[in-house]
Design a protein around this ligand. Structure first.
Ligand SMILES: [Zn+2]
Length: 393
């Protein structure tokens, strides 16, 4: 089989791990890739779109539109929908999902309980990490912090946050402080929704980077979206990106959702809501792409297919050279694995055998033609596959 690098190899497995990767003589048209990792998805609110009222298309419109539906969540309902997305994702070659889960006074802990139940259902073919996510704010939603603490006690892996959603700069700063305090208490990593707005004067990315540096939380903080960094001035952007590098932070851009939901107030030249992917990458920040939303109030499409996310992201972030297209693969495989701290990523001895085999001569062709995996392995065990029947003439 051929690796994305072009090397033709034989791979042997030993239990859950890759035992050896050795050069092979015979050429092949099968491509072996690490299974995809989706490091930013919302499994609890997936697939509810048909039950929601229409709204103005903005982030705040979406948050408001799902509240009534969230009030009616029960654990089985969340479990069924989350499981459907996980299964769709595994068939498309994704075996690891980091799911933000709403933790607030509307849904309580039901979203978490549903996603944890789905994670247990799917434990034979996918690994799910959960993030306690205060979708309605912490200071804006009194009671949310206690629920976040309860969520961590109930088995949540990572502390989430959304500081820009608070209504004043002081509250945003306090939100960040509370998130770090909670993470320290549970010795957990952080994964925050940061600056998902077009307003370039919002600066919670710097609050998060400063807190990570002050507290020595290095290599343990992930920030998602970071849209308004694109609209910020260069002096700020350069300063804050340097801090992100120093703190070993990961940035997860979610181009699919943000292309749809940002820039709604613009007329004429409409901003597309993407962070500074090229600049972050050039500075040495670990950059990933995530699905974010699957047919919910924020985004009408999505199916947990990271190859689709990769193609959308390549268009959105101007990634077109061979080197940039190779980066697109890393941004949905090795880079998110690195953010999770899940051991050696990639296809090498000692790495976990989460693999996909595709009928494609190269990664670029797999991306261009959106080739679904023929075979999917999770922890060394073959767990899924696809067969395509086509007909012409
Ligand atoms: Zn999100």
């Amino acid at each position: 089989m051929r690796l994305a690098s072009g090397a033709v190899v034989d791979v042997t497995l030993d239990g859950e791990l890759i035992a050896s990767v050795e050069a092979a003589r015979s050429d092949t048209d099968k491509l072996l890739l690490p299974a995809y990792v989706d490091t930013h998805v919302h499994l609890d609110k997936a697939l509810i779109r048909d039950e929601l009222p229409e709204h103005d298309g903005t982030l705040s419109g979406a948050i408001g539109a799902i509240q009534a539906r969230k009030r009616s969540y029960d654990v089985e309902d969340v479990r069924r929908r989350a499981r459907a997305v996980i299964e769709s994702g595994v068939l498309a070659g994704t075996t690891r999902f980091r799911s933000h889960v709403d933790v607030d006074t509307i849904g309580g802990l039901r979203p978490l309980q549903g996603v944890l139940a789905a994670a247990a259902d799917c434990a034979g073919y996918a690994e799910i990490e959960t993030v306690a996510f205060p979708q309605e704010g912490i200071l804006r939603d009194p009671g949310a912090l206690d629920l976040m603490r309860a969520a961590m006690e109930a088995g949540c892996d990572v502390v989430g946050g959304m500081p820009h959603w608070e209504t004043s700069e002081a509250d945003q700063r306090e939100h960040v402080r509370l998130c770090f305090e909670l993470a320290e208490r549970f010795d957990a990593d952080l994964d925050l929704h940061v600056d998902e707005t077009d307003d370039g004067s919002i600066r919670t990315l710097e609050m998060v980077a400063d807190a990570a540096l002050e507290r020595g939380y290095l290599g343990r903080v992930c920030v998602g979206h970071v849209c308004s960094l694109a609209a910020a001035d260069e002096t700020y952007a350069e300063r804050v990106i340097a801090k992100c590098v120093e703190a070993g932070m990961t940035v997860v851009a979610n181009p699919a959702t943000n292309l749809v939901i940002q820039g709604r107030g613009d007329r004429g030249l409409i901003r597309r809501g993407l962070t500074r992917v090229a600049q972050l990458r050039a500075a040495g920040v670990n950059v990933c792409f995530g699905q974010d939303c699957v047919k919910d109030g924020f985004y009408p499409f999505g199916r947990g297919d990271m190859l689709e996310v990769a193609l959308i992201s390549a268009h959105a972030a101007h990634l077109a050279t061979h080197d940039e297209i190779a980066f697109v693969l890393a941004a949905v495989t090795e880079n998110p694995a690195r953010a999770w701290n899940v051991g050696e990523p990639g296809i090498r001895p000692g790495a976990r055998a989460d693999l996909i085999l595709l009928e494609a001569p190269s990664w670029e062709e797999a991306l261009r033609l959106q080739v679904r995996p023929e075979r999917v392995w999770f922890k060394g065990r073959e767990v899924a596959g696809n067969r395509l029947l086509s007909w012409l003439g």
